[in-house]
Ligand binder design. Structure first.
Ligand code: FE
Ligand code: FE
Ligand code: ZN
Length: 269
């Protein structure tokens, strides 16, 4: 089975997102668990979730992919931000159980000057505190562009988080093509080499989701600005290659392009 979708607005609820995904030719989608810039999460509407679960079953949806808000930073130098972030992810884990067995993707964090190692220490510590034995949700670490003090710019940094987390079976990776390009991995000229590197550091089977985005910036720019498919520095050919890679067939592919996210878009991409 092949799963593709895009990032949708959660404001109208799960059933509406399911219908929107199908309208766009998709059978999965991504959504923010709460306002991406922060704030309180919407109350859970059990009727809406019931409707969505039936709809998703009928349309053979793949796993759906929640995204944590951008304000969440598990490794900030500021203790109040770390505490607030921990409360947020713990609360999101509880809410995710209403749609059991799906993915929760987050940006590992920005160490804000403390150094990568301290950042990783905080991230792993919080994950160890909030992952419960009962939870059915798998938490995804997103590969990052390395903007500012972002942790997760290299596959090795993600590996270091894994190494410190007790419940590694609840952990996987969201591979963002724009971020990987901006981090300095040359998907265009050395596709097999990059995948081999990922495989040796983390294991290809740890890729749970792919964010399919072109990039506005050149290789290694550490910028993180997404471009529409075929209109960036990665280009159609390489993105087509990863989307149709036989080793990654079952992995849900999520588009986060400006065309679909900001302009409404349609089925084209
Ligand atoms: Fe993201
Ligand atoms: Fe992404
Ligand atoms: Zn991005």
């Amino acid at each position: 089975m092949y799963y593709i979708g895009n990032h949708l607005s959660a404001s109208k609820g799960f059933a509406a997102m399911g219908r929107e995904a199908v309208k766009l030719g998709g059978n999965t989608f991504a959504f923010f668990t709460r306002n991406p810039r922060g704030g309180k999460a919407k109350a859970i509407d059990e009727k809406d979730i019931e409707k969505f679960l039936a709809f998703a079953k009928e349309h053979e949806f793949g796993k759906i992919v929640a995204h944590a808000p951008y304000t969440m930073n598990l490794c900030s130098a500021k203790e109040d931000i770390r505490n607030f972030s921990k409360e947020m992810i713990a609360d999101d884990m509880k809410r995710m159980e209403y749609i059991p067995g799906n993915y929760y993707n987050f940006h590992p964090g920005s160490h804000t000057g403390q150094g990568v190692e301290t950042g990783i220490e905080y991230i792993a510590q919080t994950l160890n505190e909030i992952i419960t034995p009962e939870q059915s949700t798998t938490i995804l670490l997103e590969t990052m562009a390395g903007k500012g003090s972002e942790v997760g710019r290299t596959f090795e940094e993600l590996r270091m988080i894994y190494d410190k987390v007790e419940r590694k079976d609840r952990l996987r990776v969201c591979f963002d093509t724009c971020h990987v390009n901006d981090a300095g991995y040359d998907l265009v000229n050395d596709y097999e080499g990059v995948l081999a590197q990922f495989d040796s550091v983390l294991g290809l089977d740890q890729i749970a989701v792919i964010h399919v985005n072109d990039s506005l910036n050149p290789l290694g720019a550490h910028k993180d600005r997404h471009a529409n498919i075929g209109q960036g520095t990665i280009g159609y050919e390489t993105l087509h290659r990863i989307v149709h890679d036989d080793r990654l067939t079952a992995v849900p592919k999520i588009l986060e392009t400006p065309w679909l996210c900001a302009e409404g878009g349609d089925k084209t991409e």
